[in-house]
Design a protein around this ligand. Sequence first.
Ligand code: SAM
Length: 305
Amino acid sequence: MDSGWAPPSWEGPGLYALPGQGDGGHDRLGQDRPGQERFGQERRLPSRSGSFAGGTGAWLDRLGGLRNFVRQELVARQLAEQLAGRTSQRVLDIGCGQGTQALRLARAGHYVTGIDSDPVALGVAQGALAEEPAEVRDRMQLLSGDGHQCGRWFGPRSFDVVLCHGVLMYLPDPDPMIASLARLLAPGGLLSLLVRNRDALALRPAAAGDWRAALHAFESDRYYNRLGLAARADRLADLSVTLSEVSVPLKHWYGVRVFTDNAPDDAAPPVDGRQLAQLLEAEDRAGRTNPYRQVAALLHVIGAK
Ligand SMILES: C[S@@+](CC[C@H](N)C(=O)[O-])C[C@H]1O[C@@H](n2cnc3c(N)ncnc32)[C@H](O)[C@@H]1O
């Protein structure tokens, strides 16, 4: 690294390996992935956010890790807060992936439709659903498809709650997806978006000592994520404008992963129950407190129709 500085407890080259170091720029599926040199060179930066294709293997491998654990727990708590007092809601989860939140909501008594375009991720969700009691299985369906096509499958005002978590960063422009999801919401319905926080985009590369990428993050909303995929970040202020335009104005927002975003990919949640509870409590408090939530890696944005 240019400065000779390395973050504490960062083991292995990770995604920020310099050219010539690390694993040779291939992910676990054997596909090319970007090396650090791409951040600093304008012509080699992603000109558009890509897609999630190619990231599924690494995503699924890391589900039990600390970073995903914190993400899912925080999002679940925040959703529970937003859904307090609502029963038997019709929920659509676009890009449900392995189905973590969809399953939680079905267990809580809601009627959930999960849609994903990736057959492998959907297979994991189906396997998890098969383990649930019959009453949960009866409240949940999993469909294969592209979330952009939802307006063709479901009528306007078909759902009380629509989730779109970890998907918008793979789209070149979030607005068409947000507009089509807004149309599916019934009056009073909630739209829950989980996005990469553009206002904090420099923090992750800076914590890894990648100063070129940190500087680039001030200029661009494009970046390579920890799965090695070209992605895109959103500003809360921009999302707020879009949500107003589609008549689902911003109701509330949280930060997700303030303290643990820079944990190694293979870091596990603490085994000590008290430590784990304190860690989650600290993340939870930060996610709802300024200025911490403003620099969270992810923003959980709630719009209400
Ligand atoms: C990062 S994972 C997030 C999974 C889950 N929503 C969560 O937050 O745990 C992104 C998921 O979105 C899916 N996805 C991406 N673009 C999609 C699209 N246009 N339509 C449907 N699913 C999509 C991917 O296949 C992947 O399973």
